[in-house]
Ligand binder design. Structure first.
Ligand SMILES: [Zn+2]
Length: 140
């Protein structure tokens, strides 16, 4: 079987599975961003819900947000503080990118993945289809 045969077969299987079925397995539900401002600081009050939902280290998730916003950030219990004012949509957008770059399997789009480090290179291991892919994100 050639690669293109294999791809055709996959495509046929995908078509058979149908839209609704694919949707529920590929759509990842993020918690709703709960933001509060105090002076020139932004508090993401339910920060701890995100690493839980994403199944990633809270420190890694915070580091990602801090780097992407290019501001210092700090964890305060369940919440996280960011220097500067940020809209809830800014967080939502970053989390959506996070899901694409750090979570979603490029092969089957499943969010059930884990990160494996080998020789300082991070790989995404898919628990649904077993695919091993290089990680798109930089802050794993
Ligand atoms: Zn997969």
């Amino acid at each position: 079987m050639t690669i293109s045969d294999y791809e055709n077969l996959l495509k046929r299987i995908e078509d058979k599975l149908g839209g609704s079925n694919m949707k529920s397995s590929s759509r990842f539900e993020l918690p709703t961003v709960d933001v509060m401002w105090e002076g020139q600081k932004t508090f993401l009050r339910n920060f701890s819900e995100f690493p839980k939902a994403l199944r990633r280290e809270p420190d890694k998730v915070l580091q990602y947000l801090s780097k992407e916003f290019a501001v210092p950030a700090e964890r305060l219990g369940d919440s996280a503080m960011f220097v500067g004012r940020r809209a809830p949509d800014d967080f939502t957008r970053l989390f959506e990118i996070y899901v694409k770059d750090y979570l979603q399997c490029p092969t089957c789009k499943s969010p059930d993945t884990k990160i494996l480090k080998e020789n300082r290179i991070s790989f995404l291991i898919c628990e649904a289809c077993g695919a091993k892919s290089t990680l798109k994100g930089k802050y794993a």
